[in-house]
Design a protein around this ligand. Structure first.
Ligand code: DOR
Length: 386
């Protein structure tokens, strides 16, 4: 099946131009004008923006174990509404994702659902602890990411071995740094000592940005991510982990986005029931609005859309070694059609995630996801739901 997306404003990390995009059997084949007759299907984009669909380095699907908060299906439908094509789902499910069997079951379930792509993260330690390591040799044959997210790794010895194993088996470690300064400082020191593949999850503080900046200047290879709420919700009083910080921290995060210290824009989508929130659960149901929040922050700070695309798609794809995240022949035909010029407003009543825990209801943001195309197939269309 050859599809021609005509008359689009194509935006990726490499630049921006008006033109056509052609896909065949789930792969981009050309970004140049193509004669109409060769296409099985022609879709007029009416000069709307197209970006490579987003890749989330950090979300919680709660499957198995917490269907009252989210299931893989409800989470993935919300994901498509948010313009995302690929998720890393964290391991704090019930049971915890600590065995190859559990990882395979979730990957098979995602394949059957045929909504978006899933990398199911495995736990680095049994029960998300830092006493007993999981079977990393076996797990890394099934997933590219290991993480104890939700829990910090306090044992230096455990972290040292985890970094060594990440080099040996090729997986990425996504960390939860709380207390942030102590854990990030320790992890950078261990990285310098033994190497490995380190990605620092949801950073929130000015001093963390500075530590990571210095580590990169020194030549260490590491990546990190930020969340919508640590940029946009600092004054909302909402409970999240790590906590919301100060205006000065937000400014440092934005400086880190501008100068390349921060690599990825994650969601940390963390659905919870009203009862769990009332009981003190940390987290925001974020994936439906992440793009609109990020677009607002980028626009308010004069950061170009090409950098937005790099952080939402290209950098996560690079870190996960996926041929995705750019409009180039041979890359995955995962594409998001967007409105990027208009102001919009977040309405938590319109959310399709099973959980509506957000501090952003009524907040003015920017843009809208109009369509999400995965492997060349339209899997979400705004016009069909409103
Ligand atoms: O706010 C958060 N919620 N931060 C985390 O790291 C975990 C997450 C959750 O699982 O609810």
């Amino acid at each position: 099946m050859i599809t021609l997306y005509r008359n689009a404003r194509l935006i990726d990390a490499l630049g921006e131009r008006y033109g056509d995009l052609c896909t065949e059997d789930g792969i981009i084949t050309s970004c140049a004008p193509l004669c109409w007759q060769r296409a099985d299907r022609v879709i007029d984009m009416r000069r709307n923006a197209l970006m490579p669909a987003f890749i989330d380095m950090h979300c919680h699907l709660r499957d198995p174990g917490f269907p009252e908060k989210e299931t893989m299906e409800t989470g993935m439908r919300a994901t498509l509404k948010g313009g995302y094509a690929h998720l890393i789902a964290m391991a704090n499910t019930d049971p915890v994702m600590a065995t190859p069997q559990l990882i395979s079951t979730n990957h098979e379930k995602a394949n059957r659902l045929k909504l978006c792509h899933l990398t199911q993260a495995a736990a680095a330690g049994e029960a998300l602890g830092d006493a007993l390591p999981t079977d990393r040799a076996s797990l890394s044959r099934l997933t590219k990411v290991l993480s104890n997210d939700g829990k910090a790794i306090f044992s230096d010895e455990f972290m040292r071995n985890l970094l060594l194993d990440s080099g040996k088996y090729g997986f990425l470690i996504s960390t939860h740094a709380q207390p942030e300064r102590k854990i990030v400082e320790r992890d950078i020191n261990l990285l310098r000592e033994v190497g490995g593949n380190l990605h620092i999850g949801h950073i929130s503080r000015a001093e963390t940005v500075e530590m990571i900046r210095r580590a990169k200047e020194e030549g260490l290879t590491l990546t990190c991510e930020v969340t919508p709420h640590h940029l946009f919700g600092w004054d909302s009083g909402y409970k999240v982990n790590p906590p919301l910080r100060t205006r000065a921290d937000v400014e440092a995060l934005i400086a880190g986005i501008i100068d390349g210290t921060i690599d990825c824009l994650a969601t940390d989508h963390a659905p919870h029931t009203p009862a769990d929130k009332a009981g003190g659960a940390a987290g925001i149901s974020n994936i439906e609005h992440a793009f609109q929040v990020y677009l607002k922050v980028f626009q308010d700070n004069g950061i170009p859309l090409t950098r937005l695309s790099e952080m939402l798609s290209r950098n996560p794809a690079k870190r996960l070694r996926l041929k995705a995240g750019l409009f180039l022949p041979g890359y995955a035909a995962n594409v998001t059609e967007l409105s990027v010029e208009e102001e919009s407003e977040i309405d938590s009543l319109m959310m399709i995630s099973r959980s509506h825990n957000t501090p952003f209801h009524g907040r003015k943001v920017m843009g809208c996801v109009l369509r999400t195309i995965i492997d060349g197939e339209t899997r979400y269309e705004y016009s069909k739901v409103v």
